[in-house]
Write a protein that binds this ligand. Structure first.
Ligand code: RET
Length: 244
């Protein structure tokens, strides 16, 4: 089905290509980093396209997509459940990079990442619930509650930490980009083929792919470029994760 639909397959190939280019670009951009703090951010940033290329390769090969019944209509629709699974790995990497940039402490980083994993796993559970519309949306609600904790940490806690760490100028832009784009995912889930089925699978897939391009590669590029140009600020940033 994916092979026969240009709209579907192009939404996946586009990300495989961009993830590949990002990997090469990010390896190159971080080549001169020397402090362990900056290198830790670099590894986190690099993980984003690395997870992405694995995720999209699994989607295009059909391993992580399935015809799942959406209990709303009783029809089986193409569900890219692998996306929700791999977000469990890519979104913590995004948060780790942002949290380290803000110079946050272990407790807040742990909170953001564990809540984020909760969000992804319950999102996966929602897509896999074929027996009841209600339970599907209960999972959606639980996932959204986890998500709001992440948004709170980003907006309230890390913004303050970043001001102390002198990284506000870049942190605030990346935080805004992240919060706005991340809200797009639950909206797309709700309107898309796993939710209310207003958008058909190919459009849903392009929606996620478009959000991914901005929330992953563009985000990671901006972050890494700043870190490469301002390594001294990051390296001198006190935090319990250990500096140089
Ligand atoms: C789901 C559905 C249930 C409710 C919520 C969701 C949020 C998903 C988000 C995903 C972000 C993904 C990114 C991936 C990059 O690799 C699971 C769609 C709240 C915020 C940034």
């Amino acid at each position: 089905m994916i092979r026969d639909s240009f709209a579907l397959s192009s939404s996946l190939w586009a990300n495989i290509a961009l993830a590949g280019l990002s990997i090469l670009a990010f390896v190159y951009m971080g080549r001169n980093l020397s402090s362990s703090r900056a290198k830790l951010i670099w590894v986190s940033v690099l993980l984003v396209p690395l997870v992405s290329i694995s995720s999209y390769s699994s989607l295009i090969s059909g391993i992580t997509v399935a015809m799942l019944e959406n209990p709303l209509s009783g029809e089986a629709v193409l569900s890219p459940w692998g996306r929700y699974l791999t977000w469990t790995f890519s979104t913590p990497a995004i948060l780790a990079a942002l949290g380290l940039l803000a110079g946050t402490d272990f407790t807040k980083l742990f909170t953001a990442i564990t809540m984020d994993i909760g969000m992804c796993v319950t999102g996966l559970a929602a897509a896999f619930t074929t027996s009841s519309v209600l339970i599907r949306w209960v999972f959606f609600g639980i996932s959204t509650a986890f998500f709001l904790v992440v948004v709170y940490v980003l907006l309230a806690e890390w913004s303050e930490d970043a001001a102390r760490a002198d990284t506000s100028e870049i942190f605030d832009s990346l935080r805004n980009l992240t919060v706005v784009l991340w809200f797009g995912y639950p909206v797309l889930w709700a309107l898309g083929s796993d939710g209310l089925m207003i958008l058909e699978p190919a459009l849903t897939s392009w929606g996620y792919s478009g959000l991914d391009i901005l929330a992953k590669y563009v985000f990671a590029f901006l972050l890494l470029r700043w870190v490469a140009n301002n390594e001294n600020v990051v390296a001198s940033n006190p935090s319990i994760l250990g500096g140089d």
